[in-house]
Design a protein around this ligand. Structure first.
Ligand code: TYM
Length: 346
């Protein structure tokens, strides 16, 4: 019996952030460590999606390889045959499926996407790419082309996952066929990675906003990049915005800064949030708490970066190329079935 697929992607518009690590990379590493035999793992860089907002194109190719290394440094083991590591643009069937999907998706539903609204906010219409608008469609192709059912993503991607489910069901119904596997619902995705709610690590300076790599230039001290010098990251935590209540509590509404730091700490030391809350709740010394978080972040980055620098690039390139070779074949066959059902092939 073929294995269910866990699929995970990180864009290469910048180095991943601590938010990407906690919301996306870490859950996949834990799944690998606990259930390697049970699933197939598709881990990739959506390189075509990485310039929906402007990037420096000279760096794009190398950033893509570099960002794949963050999976490996986090503990993904390239020696397993059921782990695939690849680049989106090396699987051309994906782009064709995305074009097909455009015709089954509506302008209205794309207009309702919160990420699009946020990222295009305040910008001239003439400067917003159509790629940013249709981004969830390509993301749906990434997932549905292989029939992935588990998609561990941060809370910011919930709406895109729900769109993917809607699209799969819509096309299945339209052609009265089980053409696409429908990914599990959001609640089941969360349970699968062992969380109670979706995860969204916030900016350290503006804890009402997501920690987002696309925002690094405007908010450098609010965002920890995985490539930050450990001592710089330490300082960012120590100068994180908190509140004037003066007593530690886990309260996303009244104390978003402290709550964010509790989330970061619990994930880095791999302890349940409740346990970290029990230790710190009611304490008044914010500096002591920040130091505890900052120390963990510094140690985490030191170890992560040491492992990253020791990755053998030729081994990784061999893995990437063999994964892409195998997936191209599966993708082309799956695309052909879709082309047949929608009337593009006899
Ligand atoms: P990207 O690179 O923006 O984000 C990659 C993953 O990191 C999660 N994430 C966060 N999680 C918690 N807190 C944060 N502050 C935070 N910031 C980012 C995102 O939810 C995501 O899981 N659209 C995807 C890339 C993609 C993809 C896919 C993902 C393209 N196709 C198919 C899954 C399946 C994205 O946002 O990339």
């Amino acid at each position: 019996m073929s294995r269910e697929i866990i699929l995970n992607g990180i864009r290469s518009n910048e180095t991943p952030t601590l938010g990407n690590y906690i919301g996306s990379i870490l859950p996949v590493v834990k799944l690998q460590n606990n259930y390697i035999d049970k699933y197939q793992y598709n881990l990739f860089i959506p390189d075509i999606l990485s310039f929906t907002t402007p990037v420096n194109h000279q760096d794009l190719y190398l950033n893509t390889i570099q960002n794949l290394k963050y999976y490996i440094a986090a503990g993904i083991d390239i020696n397993y045959d059921n782990i695939f590591i690849y680049r989106q643009s090396y699987i051309p069937a994906l782009s064709e499926l995305a074009v097909i999907f455009c015709n089954f998706s509506s302008f209205g539903e794309m207009s309702r996407m919160i990420q699009f609204k946020e990222k295009s906010q305040g910008k001239e219409k003439e400067t917003i790419s159509v790629g940013l608008f249709t981004y969830p469609i390509l993301m749906a192709a990434d997932i549905l082309l292989y029939g992935a059912t588990y998609v561990p993503v941060g809370d910011d991607q919930r709406q895109h996952l729900e769109f993917t489910r809607d699209l799969a069901m819509r096309i299945n119904n339209r052609f009265n066929a089980d053409l696409f596997k429908v990914p599990y619902e959001w609640q089941d995705q969360i349970k699968f990675v062992g969380h109670q709610t979706g995860l969204r690590i916030k900016s350290l300076k503006n804890p009402d906003k997501k920690m987002s790599k696309s925002n690094f230039k405007n908010d450098p001290n609010g965002i920890i990049l995985l490539s930050d010098k450990p001592e710089d990251a330490y300082k960012k935590i120590m100068t994180a915005t908190t509140d004037s209540l003066g007593i530690i509590d886990y309260n996303p509404v009244n104390q978003p800064g402290i709550t964010n730091l509790i989330n970061i700490l619990a994930n880095l030391i791999d302890e349940p949030i409740e346990k970290v809350i029990t230790i710190w709740k009611g304490k008044k010394n914010y500096n002591e708490f920040k130091t505890a978080v900052a120390d963990e972040v510094r140690i985490f980055l030191e170890n992560y970066q040491k492992t990253l620098n020791n990755i053998d690039e030729s081994d990784l390139m061999r893995k990437i190329e063999s994964s892409e070779y195998l997936l191209r074949d599966v993708a082309t066959q799956n695309l052909y079935k879709i082309q047949q059902i929608i009337g593009l092939r006899p």
